[in-house]
Design a protein around this ligand. Sequence first.
Ligand code: CP
Length: 322
Amino acid sequence: MNSLYNRDIISIGDLSKDEIQAVLSQAAEYEQRLARGERHALGQVLQNRLLATVFYEPSTRTRLSFESAMNRLGGRVLSVAEAKTSSSAAKGETIYDSGRMLEGYADVIVQRHPAIGSARALADAAGVPVINAGDGAGEHPTQALLDLYTIQREGAGGMQGAQLRALDGLHVAMIGDLKNGRTVHSLSKALSHWKVDLTYVAPPELAMPRDVVSFVTGRGATVHESDKLSDALQSADIVYVTRIQQERFNTVEEYMKYKGVYVVNAAVVAQAKPGVAIMHPLPRVDEIATDVDQLPNAAYFRQARNGVFVRMALLSMVLGAV
Ligand code: CP
């Protein structure tokens, strides 16, 4: 049995390098099988298995790609898209009690919640695997997996190709609200399994949390920090842009101080290393101009699509189908 069988996926730090590579390999296999039209065979993999998606915060990609993944593998989905208002959380039910209920309804639970630590709290209560789909400004481990998959798949020409890019030796720049953006926390930790250079570009007030910097430097990553976009462009192979996380600010005025602080447009991309891949977990607000969308370097829509293959892999591994 694979080592992720029956496991909770709460932090990317819980997965070894081998386990991450196993997920990426399985995702590649599913992508190839879908491309070959093996829909019927794939639809047998998780037949009669049930996924519950419980989202207390908005989502397009994470919830729908998990549900797409489960459906493509023949499983079924129970979904609460607005759990804050339409589940019994609105009546005061605790995460613990929700977990004790959901374990009887589904074989695996995917939860998004605004509180750091909420995924761990659910996993402690539920007797079925829990996958963290984002816990506030904490982590987003499945986004990190699809980001790694995308980085490997984006060739040096900025297009998705058959040749996998090596992760050792990569220079990855992360730009934006690195304090509140959970995707960059998880991606940094995931990348630190390899020999990478990381450049963090953020206003000082929105810098990468010190515990994440300590984690990655402790594993041997080189970290450079700056508040200038130009510092991200000089030699980066990957420019990973994030939005300013409006929902984590106490007031609109506070958010407006940072909105629009960095904008990557086609002119900016032209100054970057040739073949740079521009990534973004999405949704974007204004930090990547639409004139980037037509460039071969724009990887973010391919990145979102890759989420289906990676989540197919993760669901089938956690449920012991591979
Ligand atoms: N990247 C991501 O988590 O997108 P959603 O918020 O739409 O799920």
